[in-house]
Write a protein that binds this ligand. Structure first.
Ligand SMILES: *Cc1c(COP(=O)(O)O)cnc(C)c1O
Length: 233
């Protein structure tokens, strides 16, 4: 299967899932997760109409952006950093991305805001929430989320867009829905305190339908678009 036809299948699957959930298909967008795949794969997906790309590893992402800039300077792509963020990596993320999805500490948020170049629009931020308890090391706990959201919402060069989660893999639909349902209620709780957000970044190739049923607005899809990743390369 080609990337272009995979992309079309994912679009159809997203559309079907939104209709099943009684949602407007335009309320969900696809973030194509291109980690481990080269510039050619991104260029092919862009040719199929994909604009937003997600990357986890900073150096790989920067090299890829540069290569694409050289090969296809006409392409205006939107880059999302979706990996964990170390404090010594905040500057290039603030300089080279439109979104950061995995912010879970105040220190990181403050650095991103300080280092965002003034000629760029605010960096769009999702706060990563740990919805899997002990099983996960990253993400802020639901209890500590309101305090972090309050700080991030006030930082001048960031725009708090919403919440992101990577739940533990679950087999059946009902168990997949649970953590996504929690995400939706956390977003509503923030709204009740006056912190309005418009984004739930949740759902990957294997649990996208459950995420959309619970209100995902961005699904992060890698394998279903680009194929299986080979980390040995
Ligand atoms: C790799 C990755 C994805 C894509 O996962 P697939 O199962 O390949 O769709 C989505 N989100 C994050 C944070 C990832 O690291």
């Amino acid at each position: 299967m080609s990337i272009t036809s995979n992309l079309q299948e994912v679009w159809h699957a997203v559309k079907a899932a939104t209709e099943q959930a009684g949602r407007d298909p335009s309320s969900v967008s696809i973030l194509a997760v291109s980690k481990t795949f080269g510039p050619e794969a991104v260029i092919e997906a862009a040719g199929g109409g994909q604009v937003a790309f997600g990357e986890n590893y900073l150096q790989e992402a920067l090299d890829k952006q540069q290569a694409i800039q050289t090969l296809r300077p006409d392409l205006a792509l939107e880059w999302h950093f979706i990996g964990p963020i170390q404090s010594n990596k905040t500057r290039p993320i603030a300089e080279h991305f439109a979104w950061a999805h995995a912010v879970d500490r105040e220190k990181i948020a403050r650095r991103l805001s300080e280092q965002r170049p003034p000629d760029l629009p605010p960096l769009n931020i999702c706060l990563q929430v740990n919805v899997s308890g002990e099983a996960s090391k990253s993400g802020i706990s639901p209890e500590d989320l309101p305090a972090l959201a309050k700080v991030v919402a006030t930082l001048p060069n960031l725009r708090l867009r919403g919440l992101m989660a990577i739940p533990e893999p679950a087999e059946d639909f009902e168990s997949q829905c649970k953590p996504f349902e929690l995400m939706r209620s956390l977003q509503q709780q923030l709204a009740a305190t006056g912190i309005m957000t418009d984004t739930l970044s949740m759902g990957m190739s294997a649990d996208m339908v459950a995420a959309i049923a619970e209100g995902a607005t961005i699904v992060r899809i890698g394998t279903a678009i680009f194929g299986k990743r080979d980390y040995a390369k």
